[in-house]
Design a protein around this ligand. Structure first.
Ligand code: PMP
Length: 486
């Protein structure tokens, strides 16, 4: 294999962004597009499973519901306003063209992780094939190039979230690490005995447990904010719980188990009246709706790249300038210092202060590629499409005897958590898997939210922009066969 051409990569690094910057940050770099690398375009063949269809296979036809479970179902428009169709995304995602247990894969586990477009896969290969280096500390060309890429990723994330500056962004492993970072770096130095952290019952365990650990250490209190029967955060109870003791309110922009999209901006505005800070968990939101952290009023915002079509092991934390000033070292090591001596060590400014050790450079490259891929679509149109798919799926699921969807919030992302009379959730997931349909079963790391409905476990179908109404029909048909004892 010939060595990929470095000047070419450098040209790509300097290419202008595809979409105009929303914020006064420096122009973002484009994603390193494929260099001639030996990346398999399609996933490896799985033993016992027919070979996957290679990427670049002509797109499937528009998503006309093929086998609507009932005539009464509303048809899903093949095209969302703005012109988005799921095939525009599907054609880029090789894994969606494989088979599982002899059936075409129906990936409805997007809440757990999303599948990766070839642009992301190829960006990783291009990076390792032509640009791999450690960053910041090397005084050579490739170290500078890798640094440029890494910082281009920071700029892209800042723009993607509507942050004022790339400096507001620290790279982390994911949402969980971002939340733990805030708890340790900010919370430990700020919280006093008797202070309160308001945590909705809706939250993922990773937005509960770090606060419990912090509360234990600081003698602060975690105060649960109750849910309504529909699975919304009880806004009256929330307003009543806020007080001068409240130091922090945490909330997910979208729930991974009920799909609920709470009124985060209103909740943040209310919290700020009490001088409390607000942390928003964007893990489930980033892939499904445009995000503007400043409009949301988030003091902190965290997300995981792998839920955004990027690799695992990379995510980002956004902090306001005020919160940047309140961050303390949480892990020590290289990259986060200015100078070290046994007499006196001085520290680098945020965000570098929060990034001890060698970062996940290729992860940032993949995240950059994923953001660029997502930005190639009309985000509003994607959201409109996913909302229409959710409406369609909700109606279709209602035709399955004994199926109960958990939660009915007025605003939701495309997540359907359900129980099926006569079958435990694990056996439902197992049955669907035999038909090549991937859904998750279990407590979804949201035990308090499920307990609100008297449940310990449920099955969950979670959708993304590349899912089609045809896949909804396959899910429903399979569930109906299970109920029919077929
Ligand atoms: N918060 C929410 C709402 C989530 O859905 C998840 C992942 N299921 C997380 C936090 C944790 O994300 P990660 O495991 O990528 O850190």
């Amino acid at each position: 294999m010939t060595t990929p051409d470095v000047p070419d990569l450098r040209t790509l690094l300097r290419a202008p962004a595809q979409t105009p910057a929303q914020t006064p940050v420096p122009a973002p770099a484009a994603v390193p597009t494929p260099v001639p690398a030996d990346v398999p375009a399609a996933p490896a063949e799985v033993p016992g499973v027919p070979a996957p269809v290679p990427a670049g296979t002509p797109a499937a036809p528009a998503p006309v519901p093929t086998a609507a479970p009932e005539d009464a179902l509303a048809a899903l428009p093949a095209t969302a306003p703005g012109g988005f169709t799921p095939e525009q995304a599907r054609k880029d995602v090789p894994i969606l063209h494989r088979t599982v247990n002899g059936h075409p894969l129906v990936w409805l586990d997007n809440g757990a992780t999303t599948q990766k477009p070839r642009q992301v896969i190829e960006a990783l290969s291009a990076y390792y094939g032509a640009a791999n280096s450690n960053i910041h500390r090397g005084a050579h060309t490739m170290a500078r190039e890798a640094t440029e890429l890494y910082e281009a990723g920071r700029t892209a994330v800042a723009e993607f979230l509507g942050a004022a500056s790339p400096e507001n962004i620290a790279f982390v492993r994911g949402t969980t690490e971002g939340i733990n970072l805030v708890a340790q770096s900010w919370g430990r130095s700020v919280l006093q005995p008797g202070d309160e952290i308001l945590v909705p019952v809706l939250e993922h365990h990773s937005n509960i447990v770090p606060w419990q650990l912090l509360a234990k250490e600081t003698h602060a209190r975690v105060v649960p904010v109750p849910l309504t029967p529909e699975g919304e955060i009880d806004q009256k109870a929330y307003a009543d719980l806020l007080s001068a003791r409240t130091q922090l309110v945490v909330v997910s922009q979208a729930s991974n188990v009920l799909g609920t999209v709470p009124p985060v901006a209103e909740m943040a505005a209310l919290a700020h009246r009490y001088d409390a800070r607000v942390l928003v968990d964007g893990a489930q939101a980033v892939a499904h709706m445009p995000v503007d952290v400043r409009r949301l009023g988030a003091d902190f915002y965290v997300f995981s790249g792998h839920k955004l079509f990027a690799p695992t092991g990379i995510g980002a934390l956004y902090m306001t300038p005020e919160m940047m000033g309140a961050m303390r070292p949480w892990q020590g090591g290289g990259n986060m210092i200015e100078s070290v001596s046994f007499e006196r060590t001085t520290f680098a400014p945020v965000p570098h202060l929060l990034e001890a050790g060698t970062g996940h450079i290729s992860g940032v490259v993949g995240l950059l590629a994923a953001i660029d891929w997502l930005r190639s679509f009309d985000r509003e149109a994607v959201t409109a499409y996913e909302n229409a798919l959710m409406t369609y799926a909700t109606q279709a699921m209602a035709t399955v005897p004994g199926l109960e969807v958990i939660g009915s919030a007025a605003e939701r992302i495309a997540v359907l958590t359900f129980t099926l009379a006569g079958h435990d959730p694990a056996s439902v997931a197992d049955w669907l898997d035999r038909d090549g349909i991937a859904v998750r079963a279990g407590h979804h790391c949201a035990q308090p939210a499920l307990a609100h409905y008297g449940l310990e476990s449920a099955a969950r179908a979670s959708f993304a922009l590349y899912n089609t109404s045809d896949e909804v029909d396959q899910l429903v048909a399979s569930l109906r066969r299970l109920q029919a004892g077929a």
